[in-house]
Design a protein around this ligand. Structure first.
Ligand SMILES: Nc1ncnc2c1ncn2[C@@H]1O[C@H](COP(=O)(O)OP(=O)(O)O)[C@@H](O)[C@H]1O
Ligand SMILES: Nc1ccn([C@H]2C[C@H](O)[C@@H](COP(=O)(O)OP(=O)(O)O)O2)c(=O)n1
Length: 240
């Protein structure tokens, strides 16, 4: 049996939660989808929820830095996301915003909206309810291992060198102009700094997270590594 077949086989009955946190462009979304597909697990993109909240704020013409107004606007919005690995369902008040949440305006403003404690409380509650409805799930974000699911079966913190992350994001967006790639790298750096230094639930690895550096691994290599870690985590759980 090949290594991949054996690792898939040993985790076919995976039950539990895998958290995947880390900065932008490390491969969280693509790797989380890959792991969920391999394990037959659900998938929750919590960044999509903060991006959807940002759409609600922008549509209400509220200043993203005005925390009280942001909190009121998001509390009044109905944010819905799907947990099926193969689809991307993101709705704000019943309107499909799956494409819009990836746009530059949302990306520029999402860190400010996601730093508002009331917004985090609201979305974390929703995330826990979505997870509670699953038997097996891969959840990606910034505070999943530290705050949302402190008792997860496996916690992974994904990193990669900043220049590699910027190149990956540029490739994803089809950007080739060196000046635009440099601007993108600066945007990533600014957002990571904002996300890591906020008072409420800053981006950082959980103490019990396994750090996986994807700088020199391709996407499949990262998926394989996490599937292996999941198999070990389930085995360790069986023995305890
Ligand atoms: N290990 C990897 N090696 C090369 N490219 C990768 C790797 N992981 C992800 N990618 C690519 O990098 C881009 C950003 O990945 P994404 O999953 O959106 O990152 P994140 O969710 O952390 O921001 C995507 O185009 C993805 O296909
Ligand atoms: N659990 C989470 C997930 C995302 N966020 C915030 C911080 C991020 O800059 C934005 C967008 O997250 P997203 O995962 O979509 O970002 P990238 O695709 O990695 O660029 O949301 C958060 O504060 N907590």
């Amino acid at each position: 049996m090949s290594e991949r077949a054996s690792s898939t086989g040993s985790t076919a009955s995976f039950r539990g939660q895998i958290t995947l946190d880390g900065p932008s462009g490390t491969g969280k979304s693509s790797v989380a989808r890959g792991v969920a597909a391999r394990l037959g697990a659900a998938y929750l993109d919590t960044g999509a929820m903060y991006r959807a909240a940002t759409v609600a704020v922008l549509d209400a013409a509220v200043d993203p830095e005005d925390a009280d107004a942001v909190a009121r606007t998001v509390a009044a919005a109905r944010i819905e996301v799907g947990t099926e690995a193969g689809t991307e369902l993101v709705l704000v008040d019943g309107v499909d915003v799956a494409a819009r949440i990836r746009g530059a305006e949302v990306t520029r403003n999402v860190s400010a909206v996601s730093a508002v404690p009331a917004v985090r409380r609201q979305l974390v509650e929703q995330q826990r309810a979505l997870v509670a409805a699953t038997e097996a799930v891969v959840v990606e974000g910034r505070d999943i291992g530290t705050v949302v699911l402190p008792d997860a079966t496996l916690k992974v913190y994904l990193t990669a060198a900043p220049e590699v992350r910027a190149e990956r994001r540029a490739g994803q967006l089809g950007i080739t102009d060196p000046a635009e790639v440099a601007a993108l790298a600066e945007d990533l750096r600014r957002r990571d700094e904002y996300d890591s230094s906020r008072a409420d639930s800053p981006l950082r690895p959980a103490e019990d997270a396994v750090v996986v550096d994807s700088t020199d691994l391709d996407q499949q290599g990262v998926v394989d590594r996490i599937v292996e870690l999941a198999a070990s985590a389930v085995g360790a759980g069986d023995r305890s």
